[in-house]
Structure formats: C-alpha cells, structure tokens
Design a protein around this ligand. Structure first.
Ligand code: ATP
Ligand code: MG
Length: 421
C-alpha cells in the first residue's frame, strides 16, 4: 500500500476552519438534515454534513443532496429515529424519511476501502465490521474536495485530506495513490473527470497520468454501476462532462461502438454536444427532459444516419445497432425500449418532412409527446412553444395536407405497410 494512502498511525490533526473564514451558513443546509444532526448531537453522537453538499456550499453553489455522516451505528440510528430505514447489504446505512417521499442519507463513518483493508497485515487487520473514525471515513472517499465535513454545531469545516487547499487552487486530487484507487474502483476515473468538468477544475497531474493508463478498466466495471454514474450526468450539466469523458477516451469504454463513433468522428460529437447543450439549457430554464428523452438525445447523432439509411424496419436497425455496439453500461431494457420508441417516431417525422407522407396513426402512440419535443430539439434547435406541434409544422410544409389527405394518407400507409415502424 502506498504511503500516501495509508492513514497515519496517530490521528492527523485536521484543518478546522471556523466562521468567518468559510462561506457556509446553516441557512444553506436542508432543515431536515439539520434536524438529524442536532438530534444525533443531543444523543451524544458526532454528526457532520459531508460529500457533495459541503463541496458545493464551499464553492458558493446550491447543494443538491445533503448527506449526513455520524459515529452512530445503523442500528442505533434506527432505534432513535422512528422513520429510519436501513438499506444496503455490504455497507449498511440509514435513510431517514420525511414528508413527501423525501429522505436524508445517514451513513456511519466507514473504514478505508475493503481492498485497502485486505492489504493490511493480518495481525493489525481491522475488526470485522466496516465502521471507522471520521478521519478514516475521509480517507476512503474518492477526491479531496468530496471529503470535507461541515460541523453544524461548531459552524466549522473540518478537513483531513487537503480538500480546502484544492478548492482554493481549483484542483481535483485523488485521495491516496491514483493508480491504486483507480484499480480498486475504476468508476473513480469517471468521477474525477466529472467534477473537473462540472466545476472547471484541473485534474492533478499524477491522477491525469493514471487516468490514461487505467481508463480501459472502466469497461470491466459493473454495468449497473456505470448506469448509476451515467444517470448522475444525464441529470445535470451533461455536456461538459461528456466532452471531458471524450477527451480522455472514456466514452468507448462505456458505450462501446457508439462511444468510439463519438470519439473518432468529430462532427458527430459536435452534433451530440449541441444537443446536450440544449438539454442543459432547458434544465437551467426549469424544463427537465425525462430520462428516456435524455437517452434518446444521447444516442440520436449516432443512430440518425443508420435510421436515415434504413429501408423498412426501424426497430431492427435500433436493436441491431445496440446489440452490435457492445455497450458496457447496462441500460435497463424498458428504458432502452422507451427511448427506441421515441427515436423511431422522431425518425418517422423526419422522413415525413422529407417525403410529404406522414403516418398519422403515430399520433396515438404514447411516445408521440416526447418524440414531438425531441423533433423540435433535433431539427429546430429549441423546445417547442406551447402552441406549436409537429402536425402544424408538417401542414405548413405541405399545405395540401388537410383532414382528407390525413385520412387518405393513413389508409395508404396501412395498405403499403409503411416503413415508418
Ligand atoms: P453530486 O451528488 O453532486 O454529484 P457527490 O459528491 O454527492 O456529488 P455522490 O455520488 O452522491 O457524489 O457520492 C457521495 C460521496 O460519496 C462523494 O462525495 C464521495 O465522498 C463518496 N463517494 C462516492 N463514490 C465514491 C467512490 N467510488 N469511491 C470513494 N468515495 C466515493
Ligand atoms: Mg450526492
């Protein structure tokens, strides 16, 4: 085990920054997270806010989720909070539920990772349980800026790993030896690049070198974990992250041939990039695309040429493309089916606008709404206004297409088993 990853024999003195030398205010913290922290404190436990919330609040950004970490064990939390539920098998943690389906994750301080723990000699090997101290918990985290604690009671930020310094010099630094940490969990490569991209931070040099060496390990990660990470990026600031993943040639290890296409064909990626920009912009304006829409956006530039060239069977084109791509990310079947349905209708709309023939029965399909929205994004570069529809666009382009034509066209398309499905 590399020294930089070992926890010192004696507890290191953390850097503790009190007001007014940090910008976090209790008012920025979710009131339910505060309640949990105060309650645990009252019961004699230590409890801090941690992870992304502290990082984002330190940077003056609004925090998304408020994770609490404590020295109380899951069983103790469950006993003391009526609405606490224990989740996770390997590492148990508590979800404390509040009104409206909301919950706060409350984790117990964890020891360094299992892998690193296994590498310690047997006689000093740690107890069977996975719990540890605040310091150990900080060291098992991925990057220094994600390992800060906010001590609400004393209004202080606690830093065991140099995260404050890295925030100041805008650097993403892996905790410990990057080669070891990436081998242990290659998904961390993705995470390093995500936070560098989202925050506009630099990746420290040693980590950058090891990313290039270890990137291929991502392909061997669990497809379910890759799906989890991908969803985080499709929900938030998608374009900068995808662009950074491409720069480090990570896309091929996640999306197989689709990723390769995005990495080798600059024009294709420019198209994807501008669509993701639109999705990010819509989100910033309060319009969040659904998950099946985001997956449809993600694959449209790659699939569009295949669909355009397709003769009859759009379904087959899509299922062949996904089958042959050798994707490592495990996209659930239902989600892929939904996104495919949306893309098939968009492709049909595109063809209709080129040929003047539309199969209007598509209007009845449950995926027509999302497809119409994406048609505007793909072909108009914007979301549709409230009173806009594909039908109006089509009728404007083909003014002869009144109701009669609509019925005639529908019959004709049935007779000829149109190739729009
Ligand atoms: P955000 O939710 O804003 O993307 P986050 O930092 O909260 O950022 P999560 O994925 O929610 O990210 O993870 C919560 C915390 O768990 C992280 O801040 C980090 O400390 C730790 N963590 C997550 N994944 C790993 C990992 N693979 N290895 C080590 N620590 C991790
Ligand atoms: Mg989080």
């Amino acid at each position: 085990m590399d020294d930089t990853y070992s926890i010192p024999d004696r507890p290191a003195q953390p850097v503790v920054v009190t007001k007014p030398c940090h910008p976090i205010s209790r008012q920025d913290v979710d009131p339910d997270a505060l309640k949990i922290i105060y309650r645990l404190h009252h019961l004699g436990f230590t409890a801090y806010l941690t992870g992304g919330a502290v990082r984002d609040l330190m940077l003056g950004r609004p925090a998304k989720d408020f994770d609490v970490v404590t020295d109380a064990r899951p069983g103790q939390i469950k006993k003391r909070f009526a609405r606490a539920f224990i989740i996770g098998r390997r590492f148990r943690l508590a979800h404390v539920h509040f009104a409206g389906g909301k919950y706060i994750e409350v984790a117990t301080f964890r020891r360094i990772s299992d892998q690193a723990a296994r590498e310690t000699p047997a006689e000093e090997s740690a107890p069977a349980h996975p719990y540890g101290t605040a310091e150990e918990d900080a060291f098992r985290r991925d990057i220094t800026i994600n390992a800060l604690y906010y001590d609400v009671i004393n209004d202080a930020v606690i830093d065991y790993v140099g995260g404050l310094e890295d925030i100041a010099c805008r650097t993403v630094r892996v905790i410990g030896n990057p080669a070891e940490r990436f081998t242990e969990d290659p998904v961390r490569i993705w995470r390093v690049l995500r936070y560098a991209a989202r925050l506009g931070f630099a990746v420290e040099e040693a980590a950058e070198r090891e990313i290039l060496v270890h990137a291929h390990l991502i392909a061997a990660s669990s497809g379910a974990r890759l799906y989890e990470e991908l969803n985080k990026d499709l929900a938030f600031e998608t374009r900068p992250v995808m662009e950074t993943l491409r720069r480090y040639a990570i896309l091929r290890h996640v999306f197989g041939k689709a990723g390769e296409a995005y990495e080798t064909d600059a024009d294709l990626f420019v198209r994807l990039s501008s669509l993701l920009d639109l999705a990010d912009g819509a989100r910033a304006a309060g319009v969040q695309l659904t998950i099946e829409e985001m997956y449809a956006v993600l694959f449209w530039p790659w699939l569009q040429p295949l669909l355009e060239a397709a003769g009859v069977d759009y379904h087959k084109v899509l299922s062949d493309a996904f089958r042959d791509a050798g994707m490592k990310v495990n996209i659930p079947r239902n989600l892929r089916a939904d996104s495919s349905q949306v893309l098939i209708i968009v492709a049909a709309m595109d063809r209709a606008m080129r040929t003047g023939r539309m199969r209007w029965s598509l209007l009845q399909r449950p995926h027509f709404g999302p497809a119409q929205r994406l048609y505007f994004i793909f072909f108009k570069g914007r979301l549709p206004e409230k009173d806009e529809s594909f039908e109006a666009l089509f009728r404007q382009a083909f003014p002869g297409g009144g109701e009669g034509t609509r019925r005639r066209r529908r019959r004709r398309s049935f007779r000829s088993r149109s190739n729009l499905e």
